[in-house]
Design a protein around this ligand. Sequence first.
Ligand code: GLU
Length: 448
Amino acid sequence: MTVKVRFAPSPTGRLHVGNVRTALMNVLFARSVGGKFLLRIDDTDLERSTKAYEDGLRDDLTWLGLTWDESFNQSERFDRYEAAKQTLIEQGLLYPCYETEEELDRKRKIQRAQGKPPVYDRAALQLTEEDRAKLEAEGRKPHWRFKLSGGRIEWTDLIRGPSHIETSSVSDPILIRADGSYLYTLPSVVDDLDAKITHIIRGEDHVTNSASQIEIFEALGGAGSAPQMGHQPLLIGADGEKLSKRLGSLSIEGLREEDGYEPLAILSLLAKIGTSDPVDVRNSLDALVEEFSFDKVSRNPARFDGAELTRLNAKLVHEMDYADVKDRLAAINADAGEAFWAAVQPNLEFVKDAAEFAALINGPVTPIIEDPDYAAEAAALLPEGELDADSWSAWTGAVKDKTGRKGGALFKPLRLALTGQTRGPEMAMLLPLIGADKARRRLSGESV
Ligand code: GLU
């Protein structure tokens, strides 16, 4: 059996860390067993789905390196869903209902008041042909429910282990709304069958859907046709709060464009949180694939912590070769050569922050000089000609001998004069990049 999995986002918003974690687990599993990964665009909601969001999610996945072997849109497949609808009607498993939202709401309230679970009472199954004709003559349009078996559905979840749902405790799910539009439940099953999906890996919020869908799989595809299921525990914030409300601000687009995170920082974090592996950075998707196993995935929620993401990002940046980052530096006006990269790299959390340090070299820098006499003495001692990696220690050694200063009193005023800042990359590396001429002028107070 060739493993085939799918990621099925709706193009009604940007991808965020929550849904990318689901995509990632699908990709890691597929690649770890030589399987295929399908991208399905769940765009049956024609009003809320947009091409721009679809393009956006394809761009985000591509940027992350989560590329797919195959892709299609649900909006191209309405004829298949219509055929499935007819099949279920013929099997007596899909029935028309005419209650309005208000009527259903009232029923649920009464059930709750009686201490009963708010499960749909199947009143519509009692309607005669005439009742239905009458309702339709009044202008009512039916919505359609799938008739659950009432039995116990069992499956061995790839993450949660042996799982079951008593379908008697669940309402018959609505598959088609009164306006004729499909909820996601039926199209998803039709597509999973047609695409020969072998494993469905998705969020824990779909556990109840799985029970209904397993019955729909069996109705349309025969016994045993349901794929294996794996339900991933949800993401929570670092302080344990639900992340669902904040997910909008954790879009991949924002993490990439505003914050400047590296794809592998995001992938590493999302692959490791909520697993028994330590949370650490990996420098390729392949490395994450190699380490993947469902056995490592915890049943507890996974904590997403922005500070941890930044820590992983910094670690990646600290290991980047100049050749790999050169073009990106140039694009932000921060390509000041390999020696520059070596000087600033250990101080960076994000590549884009190199721009700030490039400005220390290129200027203009506004020097901070508290003691002009000291600055002048130091300037006079600057070595002549090209400065190199040893110049800083030779120079500050000479300044020390001449002035008797040491420690902070020796070094701090020099950094402040040369960079206008209290902290930053190693001065020994910065000084040759600034050069003797600019250094002298800055020590004299000139903004250059
Ligand atoms: N479009 C559905 C969602 O995003 C897909 C769920 C599934 O993976 O079956 O919730």
